[in-house]
Design a protein around this ligand. Sequence first.
Ligand SMILES: NC(=O)c1ccc[n+]([C@@H]2O[C@H](COP(=O)([O-])OP(=O)(O)OC[C@H]3O[C@@H](n4cnc5c(N)ncnc54)[C@H](OP(=O)(O)O)[C@@H]3O)[C@@H](O)[C@H]2O)c1
Length: 337
Amino acid sequence: MQINDKSGVTEYKASQERYNTMTYNRTGKSGVLLPAISLGLWHNFGFVDSLQNGRDIIRCAFDLGITHFDLANNYGPPYGSAEENFGTILKQDFKNYRDELFMATKAGFDMWPGPYGNLGSRKYLISSLDQSLKRMGLDYVDIFYHHRPDPETPLEETMGALADIVRQGKALYVGISNYKPEETQQAANLLKDLNVPFILHQARYSMFDRWVENGLLETLEQNGVGCIAFSPLAQGMLTDKYLKGIPEGSRAAKNMSYLNTDTVNSNLVKIQKLNTIAQERGQKLSQMAVAWILRQPAVASVLLGASSANQLKENLKALDNLDFSEEELQLIDGIVG
Ligand SMILES: NC(=O)c1ccc[n+]([C@@H]2O[C@H](COP(=O)([O-])OP(=O)(O)OC[C@H]3O[C@@H](n4cnc5c(N)ncnc54)[C@H](OP(=O)(O)O)[C@@H]3O)[C@@H](O)[C@H]2O)c1
């Protein structure tokens, strides 16, 4: 349910110091600089969540130099509600800052019933972006992604739709997500022929999931495309949240298919060992997890989720210590493989 929080709305003026501490990285070989840490709205921003809490997180992010916010058509729940809530917050707080924001949305997973609300057809991508723009109250997004590969639709059709979206002025840049290295290379070839600015690949990457190291990061570097790493904290496992059990209200406590008590329990020993290394570095585990990803030159930004502004503030301190000794890296490899 959407919270009617009119009484809680206070006028927002962004911090004058917002660009003083954040690091901005070039995205591939493009002109775009992204904050080293970006904010994703997959969880905690739907109608089931508190709009005021979401607003606090976004205000906090922008005040700390986070200019990049990541959405998708089906973030919520219910689907579409994270975009709608973001639109509300944008209208209330950020209408004077639109040009300081780098906004993303995506389509590729199931969104509406029937044959046209899923996967990678031109029909789906173009109509989904039109819906997203309406929900967010935007004229265009800065980047539009195809959210996952669709083995049934010709890649020429999907990439052609991305090209037309850019030509229509509905997105400035395009990206892909969850594509394997060879699929990424094929997409890059097509987008190059179509003269479309393909600047980002959004990929799951954390100490617990290193698949991008098997060819994807190399492919991206060869094509001048940046990587933005999602679920960098393995959805909260790479923090101190689960060190002493499963707290009420946490993602794992909700026992969803992608993070549940069994996943946490089976990783607990590794989490504890990694936490010891983080402590020896004078960092929280979450801060070490972010820094560890940023050591990769192909990674332009780490895309965090947060259920409170305090989590975000804590995680941003990762930027105070990004260096790893060879010994630390080997110890981490020894734990996570
Ligand atoms: N392209 C794709 O297919 C795809 C897929 C997944 C995600 N994404 C994007 O990536 C973004 C981030 O993904 P994610 O939310 O899975 O990332 P994550 O950063 O790995 O996990 C975020 C969660 O970790 C917990 N957390 C964060 N900081 C903490 C701290 N300091 N102490 C304790 N717990 C902490 C919170 O869980 P609690 O809520 O339990 O407090 C938070 O919601 C998404 O919002 C989305 O934009 C993209």
